[in-house]
Design a protein around this ligand. Structure first.
Ligand SMILES: C[S@@+](CC[C@H](N)C(=O)[O-])C[C@H]1O[C@@H](n2cnc3c(N)ncnc32)[C@H](O)[C@@H]1O
Length: 254
């Protein structure tokens, strides 16, 4: 453990940097002990950590929507050579920098939106994209940009899901008069939140499971593992659609 902080300083600094979304234990002090999901994200990580190699020596990792750095720090603990964490919120990045300093790990933090990943001009062995998609107004654009610019090999992905957990078998095409499929609960669906959900106005789209899997495939990610209901480990493959996203949209999305 890094000893640059005195114990009494840690509690004070955690309070100053709050509120925290990720609960992490820093110098014996929890950052978000009352998290509505429990000891989050540690309790979730424990359910799928086995799909990530214990030794990431030599590998590079990009953590998009890194928040306070929980997953970035875990990747460094698994010996990743280089970890870059990006988030659009500078307050979360300040938390991440504090947590990483205390953990004694070297991680590069950058304030950046997922829509700007092209600016990194680098492909990473592992891209982590956990808990961000449903906060985006342009979810497919984000997946397309990740595929195009930063995904070198693996994608670790998580998305909040609502609706049916089954996955309908979808045909390659349907006639214009086909209506019934849209009433199937397991047809790929994105539920749009116009106002607010769970007091968070940044929740925009909640896909059902079929939609999550179809969107990943459509953006060129092959699903290798589904170790937890919301979590997928994918490999970068061929994109499932034929037309490039218009560059004008990519540059306008914020
Ligand atoms: C629900 S938290 C998930 C944090 C972390 N990845 C996890 O799974 O615990 C969503 C995070 O995404 C970040 N975020 C939201 N929109 C973003 C965007 N357009 N680009 C990058 N990060 C974004 C938020 O600031 C927040 O840190």
């Amino acid at each position: 453990m890094n000893t640059r902080f005195r114990p009494d300083e840690i509690s004070q600094r955690i309070a100053e940097l709050g509120p925290w979304f990720q609960n992490m234990t820093i110098g014996g002090v929890e950052t978000a002990p009352d998290h509505f999901l429990g000891d989050y994200p540690n309790c979730k990580w424990k359910r799928f950590c086995h799909v990530i190699p214990h030794d990431l020596s030599g590998q590079t990792v990009l953590d998009i929507g890194c928040n306070a750095g929980f997953y970035s720090i875990e990747m460094k603990r698994r010996n990743a050579r280089r970890v870059v964490g990006i988030d659009s919120d500078p307050q979360y990045l300040r938390q991440a920098a504090f947590a990483a300093r205390h953990a004694g790990v070297d991680i590069e933090w950058r304030q950046m939106s997922v829509y700007e990943v092209g600016r990194l001009e680098e492909k990473f062995d592992l891209v982590i994209f956990m808990g961000v998609l449903y906060h985006l107004r342009y979810p497919l654009l984000a997946l397309d940009l990740i595929h195009e610019h930063v995904a070198g090999d693996k994608l670790l992905f998580q998305c909040l899901q609502r609706g049916e957990n089954g996955v309908a078998e979808v045909a390659a095409d349907y006639p214009f008069g086909e209506w019934d499929i849209f009433d199937w609960p397991d047809f790929p669906k994105l539920h749009f939140i116009e106002h607010c959900y769970s007091e968070d106005p940044t929740n925009w789209f909640f896909p059902n499971r079929a939609a999550v899997e179809a969107m990943l495939r459509s953006s060129g990610f092959q699903i290798n593992a589904h170790p937890e209901p919301e979590v997928y480990l994918c490999t970068r493959g061929r994109r499932g659609y034929a037309v490039d996203p218009p560059p004008a949209i990519a540059s306008q999305a914020k």
